[in-house]
Write a protein that binds this ligand. Structure first.
Ligand SMILES: [Zn+2]
Length: 390
C-alpha cells in the first residue's frame, strides 16, 4: 500500500524513498519453521519521507495487518529496572514527588503500565488490549479499553499524560496527539518516549525499521507532531538512542518547528546498512565460514537476517538464554533456537555472530570456533561514510 498523507503534518507531499521487498512481520521466534506447509508471513516495507516536514515513516497498512503484528512473536517491554530508571530520570528533572496527588493517564502501557510505579497518584490507563482491565486495583485505578483516538475519557482532566514507546506504533499518531490535547488539563503535561531514529541509524541500523514502527521519529518530527496538538517542548530529558520529552499544553500557538530533510535521513540509513554489508562480506571471518551461528533470537536477529539474506543462508542455528524462545524458529527462516549451553557442543558451526562486544566477551569463549561482533564492523563502516554507492 502507499501513503496518502504524512502522519505528522498531514501533507500529501510524501515521497517513496526505498523498499524492502519482504520482511517477516513477527519479531520473536515462531513455533514452526518457515516453509511450504507453514509459511511465515512476510510483507514489504516501503520507506517514505514527508517533503513538507521531513517525517520518516512506513506505508499505510491495513487494520487487520496491524492487528496481526501484535499477536504471537511480539515482545512487550517488561523490564522493571528500565522502567524505574525512566521514572528516576523524569523525577530528576520534574522533581521528587512530581506525580504525587496528580491525575495521570498512561497510554498504551499494556500489562505493565507506568502507573504501577506511582501509587500515590490517581492512575488511569488507556489500552487497546482487553486484558488491561485486570490491572484495575493492582497498578491502576481506572482502565479505558479500545482505540485511544476514540476512547471515552474525561475532557481537560489530566495533569499528566504519558506514552512510552507508543507513538511510533500508532497508525495515525496525530489522532492520538489530538486526543491527548483534549483530555489534558490547561497547562498539563505530556511525557513521551520514542526511539530516536537518527541515533538508531548510527548505532544499530538493522533495528531501524520494521512493521510495528510505522513512524521513525527525530527531534524535529516528534515536536512537530505535538505542536499540531497545541503542545510546546518544555524539556528534553533524554536525547540519545531514545527521545524522552516533556511537552506542555500552551495557550498560545506553539512556535513553528523547522522541517528536516527526511530523504537525506533515509539515504544515511541505507548507506549504513550497505556499509555494514560490505564490511561483513569482505571480512576474513565471512569468507572462511560457511556454517554460522548467531547469538540472540529476538527482533535484532530476525532483522539482521532479513536485511542480509546472504548471511541468512549461512546461519544454521541461533542461541538465546530465554527459554520461551528455545526450540522455536527465527521468523522468515528454518533457523532453530538453542540454549547457550549448546554453544560448546556446536562443532558443526565454524563461526559465531554476536551483535555486542559484551555478549561476545561473555559467551564467545564457550564456542569452539571463531566469532565476530557485528557492531564493531559498523564502527569500521562509519569511517567511510561515502563507501556505499547507488
Ligand atoms: Zn509531514
Amino acid at each position: 500500500m502507499s501513503l496518502s498523507a504524512c502522519r505528522v503534518c498531514e501533507s500529501a507531499n510524501v515521497r517513496l524513498h526505498s523498499s524492502f521487498e519482504q520482511v517477516p512481520i513477527h519479531m520473536w521466534p515462531l513455533a514452526r519453521p518457515d516453509g511450504a506447509s507453514h509459511p511465515h508471513r512476510q510483507e514489504p516495507i516501503d520507506l517514505y519521507a514527508c517533503l513538507a516536514c521531513g517525517h520518516t515513516q512506513l506505508q499505510e497498512m491495513s487494520e487487520s495487518l496491524v492487528a496481526e503484528l501484535y499477536g504471537e512473536g511480539f515482545p512487550y517491554e517488561d523490564d522493571r529496572a528500565l522502567k524505574l530508571n525512566r521514572l528516576g530520570k523524569i523525577t530528576g528533572v520534574l522533581g521528587d514527588g512530581f506525580f504525587r496527588g496528580k491525575k495521570v493517564l498512561d497510554v498504551g502501557g499494556g500489562n505493565n503500565p507506568f502507573t504501577g510505579l506511582i501509587p500515590d497518584s490517581e492512575r488511569w490507563i488507556a489500552d487497546i488490549d482487553e486484558s488491561a482491565r485486570k490491572l484495575v486495583g493492582v497498578s491502576a485505578d481506572h482502565a479505558v479499553i479500545g482505540d485511544f483516538g476514540r476512547a471515552d475519557l474525561p475532557k481537560h482532566y489530566f495533569d499528566v499524560v504519558t506514552g512510552f514507546h507508543v507513538m511510533e506504533h500508532f497508525r495515525w499518531p496525530l489522532e492520538a496527539v489530538r486526543k491527548m490535547s483534549e483530555v489534558v488539563a490547561p497547562g498539563g503535561r505530556v511525557i513521551i518516549e520514542v526511539p530516536h531514529f537518527s541515533r538508531v541509524i548510527e548505532e544499530k541500523p538493522w533495528y531501524g525499521v520494521f512493521h510495528q514502527h510505522q513512524s521513525m521519529f527525530t527531534e524535529s518530527s516528534l515536536s512537530r507532531l505535538f505542536s499540531e496538538g497545541g503542545f510546546e517542548i518544555e524539556k528534553w530529558i533524554r536525547n540519545d538512542e531514545v527521545l524522552l520529552a516533556v511537552y506542555r499544553k500552551s495557550e498560545a500557538k506553539p512556535a513553528a518547528i523547522a522541517p528536516v530533510n527526511g530523504m537525506a535521513i533515509l539515504d544515511r540509513f541505507r548507506d549504513r546498512l550497505r556499509g555494514l554489508e560490505s564490511q561483513l562480506k569482505n571480512s576474513a571471518f565471512y569468507r572462511s565460514s560457511d556454517r554460522l551461528g548467531i547469538y540472540g533470537a529476538g527482533g535484532t536477529t530476525m532483522l539482521i537476517l532479513a536485511h542480509f539474506p546472504f548471511l541468512r543462508e549461512r546461519v544454521k542455528r541461533a542461541f538465546d538464554r530465554e527459554t520461551q524462545k528455545q526450540g522455536k524458529f527465527i521468523p522468515g527462516s528454518a533457523i532453530s533456537v538453542a540454549a547457550p549451553e549448546e554453544l560448546g557442543r556446536a562443532t558443526d558451526l565454524q563461526g559465531m555472530v554476536f551483535v555486542s562486544e559484551n555478549l561476545r566477551q561473555a559467551m564467545g569463549p564457550s564456542f569452539p570456533g571463531e566469532s565476530i561482533n557485528l557492531a564493531s564492523m559498523l564502527d569500521a563502516a562509519s569511517d567511510q561514510p561515502n563507501f556505499a554507492t547507488v
